[in-house]
Design a protein around this ligand. Structure first.
Ligand SMILES: O=C(O)CCC(=O)C(=O)O
Length: 277
């Protein structure tokens, strides 16, 4: 992670890493999703994410699907390859510290034209959330729960999708409800544009959410939520589903370790993506 990238992440709470996946890799991931598309569950009724906001409201719900890492081979492979990707590893080493781990099981977000948005949320001020935080101490940043979002479709200006308020990971006051509902001060909310194959990394501390999807093509973003090696937010690791553990490489298995101290022979990666067992 170079000095400019560190500056941008510290300043804004997110970073776009461009061109991590090739066109062929994006196509393979999309083909695997197409094959399992009847497992996409649209969030309607009680599971709706737009609250009572008229500006976030849509005609359909957001589509969610989990279990990608447990699919039969070769369909799981495009997502397993995202677990310990050498292009992303140096960013997570810097943002989370060596020994970072998968916290929540990976999940797809898909949005059709007209899909509703998601109320803005985030863990910054007031108070300190010891699972989702951003602090800067002793010359370096320290992050809790952090999202690594792999983009499988282009997100152009005005399409909708992930949106955040840059800098709020260092905010002190609660975000006022009309801003959380994307009804007031829309000018401070940034829609994150990117291309298929890019990876967006953001701290859960930054105030973020989703703008309704307006594009003709579907949005597809696969989210991996990572934590530092000493920390768990979710209990999914206890235990991970049996199928998810089958035929993993040592590199992939290392990311699924439970939380414990690095001193206790925790497998970690160097910045070149090599596993140091
Ligand atoms: O639309 C997005 O990428 C944001 C999703 C999100 O914040 C969430 O699911 O909690």
């Amino acid at each position: 992670m170079n000095d400019t990238e560190k500056y941008l992440f510290d300043l804004q709470g997110f970073l776009v890493v461009e061109g991590v996946l090739s066109t062929a890799q994006v196509a393979a991931a999309n083909a695997a999703i197409d094959r399992h598309a009847d497992g996409i569950v649209e969030r309607v009724g009680e599971a709706s994410l737009s609250s009572d906001s008229p500006t976030l409201k849509g005609q359909t719900g957001r589509g969610d699907m989990g279990g990608l890492l447990s699919w039969e081979k070769p369909w799981c492979d495009p997502f397993r390859d995202m677990l310990a990707h050498p292009r992303v590893t140096p960013y997570l080493n810097c943002i989370l510290g060596q020994g970072w781990r998968l916290d929540h099981n990976a999940g797809l977000i898909s949005m059709r034209k007209g899909a509703e948005g998601h109320l803005l949320h985030g863990s910054s001020g007031p108070g300190f959330d010891r699972h989702q935080y951003y602090i800067f101490q002793h010359g370096q940043m320290h992050n809790g729960l952090t999202v690594v979002a792999w983009q499988l479709a282009d997100v152009n200006p005005g399409d909708g999708g992930l949106a955040l308020i840059p800098g709020t990971h260092k905010g002190n006051y609660a975000c006022p409800p009309p801003i959380r509902k994307w009804q007031a001060h829309q000018e401070i909310v940034k829609q994150v544009t990117c291309k298929a194959g890019d990876v967006v990394i953001f701290t859960e501390a930054v105030t973020h959410g989703t703008i309704p999807w307006t594009a003709q093509h579907d949005r597809r973003s696969v989210l991996f939520r990572m934590s530092p090696g000493n920390l768990a937010y979710a209990t999914g690791y206890n235990p991970w589903p049996k199928k998810m553990l089958e035929d993993l490489t040592p590199e992939q298995r290392a990311i699924l370790e439970p939380p414990y101290h690095q001193r206790l022979q925790r497998p970690v990666f160097d910045d070149e993506g090599n596993l140091q067992a």
